[in-house]
Design a protein around this ligand. Sequence first.
Ligand SMILES: NC(=O)c1ccc[n+]([C@@H]2O[C@H](COP(=O)([O-])OP(=O)(O)OC[C@H]3O[C@@H](n4cnc5c(N)ncnc54)[C@H](OP(=O)(O)O)[C@@H]3O)[C@@H](O)[C@H]2O)c1
Ligand SMILES: *[C@@H]1O[C@H](CO)[C@@H](O)[C@H](O)[C@H]1NC(C)=O
Length: 273
Amino acid sequence: MHALIFGGNGRIARAMTRLLLARAWTVTSIIRNPQQGPGILALGRGQPGDIHVLQYDLRDLKTAQDAETLFNRTGATCAVFAAGSFSNPYAIDRDAAKAAIAAATSLPSVTKFLMISFPASRRKPAPWWNSRDIADYTSERAAYPDIGDAKIQADEYLVAMANPRRARGGGGQHAHAHAHGPPFQAISLRPTWLTTGRATGRVSIGETRALGQVSIEDVAAVAVEMLGREDVSGWFDLVAGDVEIQEAVDSVVQGAVDCIEGEDVEAIYKLAD
Ligand SMILES: NC(=O)c1ccc[n+]([C@@H]2O[C@H](COP(=O)([O-])OP(=O)(O)OC[C@H]3O[C@@H](n4cnc5c(N)ncnc54)[C@H](OP(=O)(O)O)[C@@H]3O)[C@@H](O)[C@H]2O)c1
Ligand SMILES: *[C@@H]1O[C@H](CO)[C@@H](O)[C@H](O)[C@H]1NC(C)=O
Protein backbone atom coordinates (compact mmCIF):
# COMPACT_ATOMS: atom_id res chain seq x y z
CA MET A 1 0.00 0.00 0.00
CA HIS A 2 1.04 3.56 -0.68
CA ALA A 3 -0.16 6.34 1.62
CA LEU A 4 -0.30 9.97 0.57
CA ILE A 5 -0.10 12.02 3.77
CA PHE A 6 -1.50 15.55 3.72
CA GLY A 7 0.19 17.54 6.46
CA GLY A 8 3.18 15.20 6.42
CA ASN A 9 5.31 17.28 8.80
CA GLY A 10 2.68 17.20 11.55
CA ARG A 11 3.26 15.37 14.79
CA ILE A 12 0.74 12.59 14.19
CA ALA A 13 1.78 12.40 10.53
CA ARG A 14 5.46 11.86 11.35
CA ALA A 15 4.66 9.17 13.92
CA MET A 16 2.37 7.46 11.38
CA THR A 17 5.03 7.70 8.69
CA ARG A 18 7.51 5.78 10.84
CA LEU A 19 4.99 3.07 11.66
CA LEU A 20 3.80 2.71 8.05
CA LEU A 21 7.38 2.43 6.80
CA ALA A 22 8.05 -0.23 9.43
CA ARG A 23 5.10 -2.15 7.95
CA ALA A 24 6.74 -1.85 4.50
CA TRP A 25 4.24 0.65 3.17
CA THR A 26 5.30 3.32 0.71
CA VAL A 27 4.65 6.83 2.02
CA THR A 28 4.52 10.10 0.12
CA SER A 29 4.59 12.93 2.63
CA ILE A 30 3.21 16.29 1.50
CA ILE A 31 5.06 19.19 3.10
CA ARG A 32 4.99 22.90 2.38
CA ASN A 33 8.54 23.79 3.37
CA PRO A 34 11.41 22.10 1.49
CA GLN A 35 13.59 22.45 4.60
CA GLN A 36 11.38 19.82 6.24
CA GLY A 37 12.35 17.31 3.50
CA PRO A 38 15.54 15.79 4.96
CA GLY A 39 13.89 15.23 8.34
CA ILE A 40 10.98 13.40 6.72
CA LEU A 41 13.22 11.32 4.46
CA ALA A 42 15.29 10.34 7.51
CA LEU A 43 12.20 8.59 8.92
CA GLY A 44 12.77 5.94 6.24
CA ARG A 45 16.29 5.09 7.28
CA GLY A 46 16.62 1.36 7.95
CA GLN A 47 12.90 0.78 7.35
CA PRO A 48 11.50 -1.70 4.82
CA GLY A 49 9.12 0.87 3.28
CA ASP A 50 9.93 3.66 0.82
CA ILE A 51 9.53 7.33 1.68
CA HIS A 52 9.06 10.25 -0.72
CA VAL A 53 8.35 13.90 -0.11
CA LEU A 54 6.25 16.18 -2.24
CA GLN A 55 6.27 19.92 -1.73
CA TYR A 56 2.83 21.48 -1.97
CA ASP A 57 1.09 24.26 -0.09
CA LEU A 58 -2.32 22.95 0.94
CA ARG A 59 -3.79 26.43 0.50
CA ASP A 60 -3.52 25.64 -3.22
CA LEU A 61 -5.47 22.40 -2.87
CA LYS A 62 -8.87 23.74 -3.88
CA THR A 63 -10.50 21.31 -6.29
CA ALA A 64 -10.88 17.58 -6.72
CA GLN A 65 -8.72 17.91 -9.84
CA ASP A 66 -5.88 19.52 -7.85
CA ALA A 67 -5.93 16.51 -5.54
CA GLU A 68 -6.39 13.97 -8.36
CA THR A 69 -3.17 15.23 -9.85
CA LEU A 70 -1.37 14.40 -6.59
CA PHE A 71 -2.87 10.90 -6.40
CA ASN A 72 -2.14 10.23 -10.06
CA ARG A 73 1.43 11.52 -9.91
CA THR A 74 2.28 9.42 -6.86
CA GLY A 75 0.17 6.31 -7.48
CA ALA A 76 -1.03 6.44 -3.87
CA THR A 77 -3.73 3.97 -2.85
CA CYS A 78 -4.53 5.46 0.55
CA ALA A 79 -4.97 9.01 1.84
CA VAL A 80 -4.25 10.32 5.31
CA PHE A 81 -5.37 13.84 6.12
CA ALA A 82 -3.38 14.93 9.17
CA ALA A 83 -3.03 18.63 8.36
CA GLY A 84 -4.57 21.35 10.44
CA SER A 85 -4.30 25.10 10.75
CA PHE A 86 -5.33 27.26 13.68
CA SER A 87 -5.00 30.41 11.58
CA ASN A 88 -6.70 29.14 8.44
CA PRO A 89 -9.04 26.26 9.29
CA TYR A 90 -11.50 26.85 6.46
CA ALA A 91 -8.76 26.72 3.82
CA ILE A 92 -6.93 23.71 5.28
CA ASP A 93 -9.11 21.65 7.62
CA ARG A 94 -12.19 22.09 5.42
CA ASP A 95 -11.42 23.01 1.81
CA ALA A 96 -8.13 21.16 1.27
CA ALA A 97 -9.62 18.14 3.07
CA LYS A 98 -12.73 18.24 0.90
CA ALA A 99 -10.65 18.42 -2.29
CA ALA A 100 -8.65 15.38 -1.14
CA ILE A 101 -11.86 13.51 -0.23
CA ALA A 102 -13.51 14.28 -3.58
CA ALA A 103 -10.47 12.98 -5.47
CA ALA A 104 -9.92 9.90 -3.29
CA THR A 105 -13.55 8.79 -3.49
CA SER A 106 -13.65 9.26 -7.27
CA LEU A 107 -10.41 7.43 -8.12
CA PRO A 108 -10.83 3.62 -8.19
CA SER A 109 -7.13 3.28 -7.34
CA VAL A 110 -7.65 4.85 -3.89
CA THR A 111 -9.37 2.55 -1.39
CA LYS A 112 -8.73 4.11 2.03
CA PHE A 113 -9.10 7.59 3.51
CA LEU A 114 -8.22 8.37 7.11
CA MET A 115 -8.97 11.79 8.53
CA ILE A 116 -7.60 13.03 11.84
CA SER A 117 -10.45 14.86 13.56
CA PHE A 118 -11.53 15.21 17.20
CA PRO A 119 -14.44 14.07 19.38
CA ALA A 120 -16.23 17.45 19.44
CA SER A 121 -16.60 17.30 15.65
CA ARG A 122 -20.28 16.45 15.73
CA ARG A 123 -23.48 18.50 15.62
CA LYS A 124 -25.18 16.94 18.63
CA PRO A 125 -23.93 15.55 21.92
CA ALA A 126 -23.21 11.85 21.58
CA PRO A 127 -25.89 9.54 23.03
CA TRP A 128 -23.34 7.85 25.35
CA TRP A 129 -22.16 11.10 26.94
CA ASN A 130 -23.06 12.19 30.46
CA SER A 131 -23.85 15.76 31.49
CA ARG A 132 -20.19 16.49 32.21
CA ASP A 133 -19.24 15.32 28.68
CA ILE A 134 -21.93 17.53 27.20
CA ALA A 135 -20.60 20.53 29.13
CA ASP A 136 -17.06 19.76 27.92
CA TYR A 137 -18.28 19.43 24.32
CA THR A 138 -20.22 22.69 24.53
CA SER A 139 -17.27 24.64 25.88
CA GLU A 140 -14.85 23.11 23.36
CA ARG A 141 -17.15 24.01 20.48
CA ALA A 142 -17.43 27.55 21.86
CA ALA A 143 -13.66 27.89 22.33
CA TYR A 144 -12.80 26.82 18.74
CA PRO A 145 -15.86 27.67 16.66
CA ASP A 146 -14.11 27.91 13.28
CA ILE A 147 -11.94 24.82 13.68
CA GLY A 148 -14.95 22.88 14.92
CA ASP A 149 -17.04 24.07 12.01
CA ALA A 150 -14.32 23.30 9.46
CA LYS A 151 -13.63 19.81 10.82
CA ILE A 152 -17.25 18.78 11.03
CA GLN A 153 -17.84 19.79 7.43
CA ALA A 154 -14.87 17.71 6.31
CA ASP A 155 -15.93 14.72 8.43
CA GLU A 156 -19.46 14.87 7.05
CA TYR A 157 -18.24 15.25 3.48
CA LEU A 158 -16.12 12.11 3.81
CA VAL A 159 -19.17 10.14 4.97
CA ALA A 160 -21.28 11.62 2.19
CA MET A 161 -18.77 10.94 -0.60
CA ALA A 162 -17.83 7.46 0.61
CA ASN A 163 -21.48 6.36 0.55
CA PRO A 164 -22.01 6.32 -3.24
CA ARG A 165 -18.43 5.12 -3.70
CA ARG A 166 -19.20 2.06 -1.59
CA ALA A 167 -22.27 1.40 -3.72
CA ARG A 168 -20.21 1.70 -6.92
CA GLY A 169 -17.49 -0.56 -5.58
CA GLY A 170 -13.77 -0.20 -5.54
CA GLY A 171 -10.53 -0.69 -7.37
CA GLY A 172 -8.94 -3.01 -9.84
CA GLN A 173 -10.01 -3.46 -13.45
CA HIS A 174 -13.60 -4.05 -12.47
CA ALA A 175 -14.31 -0.56 -11.25
CA HIS A 176 -17.96 -0.47 -12.24
CA ALA A 177 -21.19 -1.53 -10.54
CA HIS A 178 -20.72 -4.61 -8.34
CA ALA A 179 -16.97 -4.29 -8.63
CA HIS A 180 -14.75 -6.87 -7.02
CA GLY A 181 -12.25 -4.39 -5.64
CA PRO A 182 -11.78 -3.91 -1.92
CA PRO A 183 -14.42 -1.83 -0.14
CA PHE A 184 -13.70 1.87 0.31
CA GLN A 185 -12.69 2.64 3.91
CA ALA A 186 -13.65 6.07 5.21
CA ILE A 187 -12.21 6.57 8.69
CA SER A 188 -12.49 9.61 10.92
CA LEU A 189 -10.11 9.03 13.82
CA ARG A 190 -10.99 11.43 16.60
CA PRO A 191 -8.34 11.73 19.31
CA THR A 192 -8.96 14.02 22.25
CA TRP A 193 -6.16 16.34 23.47
CA LEU A 194 -2.76 15.18 22.29
CA THR A 195 0.23 14.66 24.56
CA THR A 196 3.87 14.06 23.70
CA GLY A 197 4.25 11.15 26.10
CA ARG A 198 5.60 7.78 25.01
CA ALA A 199 3.53 5.10 23.34
CA THR A 200 1.63 3.05 25.91
CA GLY A 201 0.20 0.60 23.37
CA ARG A 202 -3.14 0.88 25.19
CA VAL A 203 -6.16 3.04 24.43
CA SER A 204 -9.91 3.36 24.61
CA ILE A 205 -11.71 3.63 21.25
CA GLY A 206 -15.35 4.27 20.47
CA GLU A 207 -17.94 5.40 23.00
CA THR A 208 -15.49 7.26 25.21
CA ARG A 209 -15.70 10.33 27.42
CA ALA A 210 -15.76 13.59 25.42
CA LEU A 211 -12.57 14.96 26.90
CA GLY A 212 -9.25 13.46 27.95
CA GLN A 213 -5.74 12.98 26.71
CA VAL A 214 -3.96 10.55 24.47
CA SER A 215 -0.37 10.37 23.28
CA ILE A 216 0.51 11.18 19.69
CA GLU A 217 2.37 7.87 19.44
CA ASP A 218 -0.72 5.92 20.49
CA VAL A 219 -2.90 7.87 18.02
CA ALA A 220 -0.50 7.01 15.22
CA ALA A 221 -0.44 3.35 16.22
CA VAL A 222 -4.24 3.17 16.19
CA ALA A 223 -4.39 4.91 12.80
CA VAL A 224 -1.88 2.48 11.29
CA GLU A 225 -3.61 -0.53 12.82
CA MET A 226 -6.89 0.63 11.23
CA LEU A 227 -5.26 1.20 7.84
CA GLY A 228 -3.65 -2.23 8.01
CA ARG A 229 -7.11 -3.83 7.96
CA GLU A 230 -9.72 -3.88 5.21
CA ASP A 231 -12.78 -3.83 7.47
CA VAL A 232 -12.53 -0.57 9.46
CA SER A 233 -14.76 2.33 8.48
CA GLY A 234 -16.56 5.00 10.51
CA TRP A 235 -15.99 7.60 13.23
CA PHE A 236 -13.83 6.52 16.17
CA ASP A 237 -13.32 8.66 19.25
CA LEU A 238 -10.00 7.93 20.93
CA VAL A 239 -8.63 8.56 24.43
CA ALA A 240 -5.93 6.99 26.57
CA GLY A 241 -7.08 3.69 28.03
CA ASP A 242 -6.13 0.20 29.07
CA VAL A 243 -7.05 -1.95 26.07
CA GLU A 244 -4.21 -3.18 23.87
CA ILE A 245 -4.45 -1.37 20.50
CA GLN A 246 -4.96 -4.36 18.24
CA GLU A 247 -7.64 -5.70 20.56
CA ALA A 248 -9.31 -2.27 20.86
CA VAL A 249 -9.52 -1.89 17.07
CA ASP A 250 -10.76 -5.45 16.68
CA SER A 251 -13.40 -4.84 19.30
CA VAL A 252 -14.91 -1.75 17.60
CA VAL A 253 -14.98 -3.65 14.30
CA GLN A 254 -16.63 -6.75 15.84
CA GLY A 255 -19.07 -4.55 17.75
CA ALA A 256 -19.86 -2.41 14.66
CA VAL A 257 -19.15 0.67 16.76
CA ASP A 258 -19.45 3.97 14.86
CA CYS A 259 -19.34 7.25 16.78
CA ILE A 260 -21.48 8.87 14.07
CA GLU A 261 -24.36 7.37 16.09
CA GLY A 262 -26.69 10.17 17.15
CA GLU A 263 -25.92 12.35 14.12
CA ASP A 264 -28.40 12.78 11.27
CA VAL A 265 -26.80 10.36 8.81
CA GLU A 266 -29.48 10.73 6.13
CA ALA A 267 -28.92 14.50 6.08
CA ILE A 268 -25.16 13.90 5.89
CA TYR A 269 -25.55 11.61 2.85
CA LYS A 270 -27.28 14.49 1.05
CA LEU A 271 -24.07 16.55 1.27
CA ALA A 272 -22.45 14.46 -1.50
CA ASP A 273 -21.80 16.30 -4.78
N1 LIG B 1 -3.66 19.42 19.26
C1 LIG B 1 -4.54 18.56 19.71
O1 LIG B 1 -4.63 18.30 20.91
C2 LIG B 1 -5.45 17.86 18.75
C3 LIG B 1 -6.40 16.98 19.24
C4 LIG B 1 -7.20 16.28 18.35
C5 LIG B 1 -7.07 16.48 16.99
N2 LIG B 1 -6.15 17.37 16.52
C6 LIG B 1 -6.04 17.51 15.06
O2 LIG B 1 -5.15 16.52 14.60
C7 LIG B 1 -4.50 16.96 13.42
C8 LIG B 1 -3.02 16.66 13.54
O3 LIG B 1 -2.53 17.11 14.78
P1 LIG B 1 -0.99 17.36 14.98
O4 LIG B 1 -0.76 17.80 16.37
O5 LIG B 1 -0.25 16.22 14.41
O6 LIG B 1 -0.85 18.63 14.03
P2 LIG B 1 0.39 19.54 13.72
O7 LIG B 1 1.64 18.97 14.30
O8 LIG B 1 0.00 20.94 14.03
O9 LIG B 1 0.47 19.33 12.15
C9 LIG B 1 -0.38 19.95 11.27
C10 LIG B 1 0.37 20.00 9.95
O10 LIG B 1 -0.45 20.68 8.99
C11 LIG B 1 0.46 21.35 8.18
N3 LIG B 1 -0.12 22.47 7.44
C12 LIG B 1 -0.82 23.51 7.92
N4 LIG B 1 -1.08 24.39 6.93
C13 LIG B 1 -0.49 23.88 5.81
C14 LIG B 1 -0.39 24.33 4.47
N5 LIG B 1 -0.93 25.49 4.07
N6 LIG B 1 0.27 23.57 3.58
C15 LIG B 1 0.85 22.40 3.97
N7 LIG B 1 0.78 21.92 5.22
C16 LIG B 1 0.12 22.66 6.14
C17 LIG B 1 1.52 21.91 9.10
O11 LIG B 1 2.67 22.18 8.34
P3 LIG B 1 3.99 22.87 9.01
O12 LIG B 1 4.70 21.76 9.72
O13 LIG B 1 4.73 23.36 7.81
O14 LIG B 1 3.50 23.94 9.92
C18 LIG B 1 1.70 20.77 10.09
O15 LIG B 1 2.75 19.93 9.73
C19 LIG B 1 -4.81 18.44 13.29
O16 LIG B 1 -5.79 18.58 12.27
C20 LIG B 1 -5.43 18.81 14.60
O17 LIG B 1 -6.45 19.78 14.42
C21 LIG B 1 -5.34 18.04 17.38
C1 LIG C 1 -6.25 10.75 -12.79
O1 LIG C 1 -6.35 9.40 -13.27
C2 LIG C 1 -7.68 8.97 -13.53
C3 LIG C 1 -7.66 7.49 -13.82
O2 LIG C 1 -6.66 7.17 -14.76
C4 LIG C 1 -8.25 9.82 -14.68
O3 LIG C 1 -9.58 9.43 -14.94
C5 LIG C 1 -8.22 11.29 -14.24
O4 LIG C 1 -8.64 12.10 -15.33
C6 LIG C 1 -6.82 11.72 -13.82
N1 LIG C 1 -6.93 13.06 -13.25
C7 LIG C 1 -6.05 14.02 -13.45
C8 LIG C 1 -6.36 15.35 -12.87
O5 LIG C 1 -5.02 13.86 -14.06
